[in-house]
Ligand binder design. Structure first.
Ligand SMILES: [Zn+2]
Length: 79
């Protein structure tokens, strides 16, 4: 069991080992490393996300093609 801390960025709790305590005007706050990195990377992260979506689309197209090929095999297969 690990402690969780309230992440002011996500407004939810994360395991404390995934978080960093940072100083804000309002005092010390906890924020998850993921959200810190997401903000820091910004544009890079969005582009990486776009690339991964493209990969998913390609994989989907391949699996759809495979289904079509399987359907054809069934039709022309031995009787
Ligand atoms: Zn968070």
């Amino acid at each position: 069991m690990s402690d969780t801390k309230f992440c002011y960025h996500c407004r939810t709790h994360h395991p404390v080992e995934e978080m960093r305590q940072i100083d804000t005007k309002a005092g010390k706050r906890w924020r998850c490393i993921k959200s810190i990195q997401a903000t820091r990377q910004g544009k890079d992260a969005r582009e990486a996300f776009g690339r991964s979506v493209t990969e998913i689309n390609k994989a989907e197209a391949r699996s759809r093609l495979r289904m079509v090929q399987n359907a054809n095999n069934e039709r022309t297969g031995p009787t």
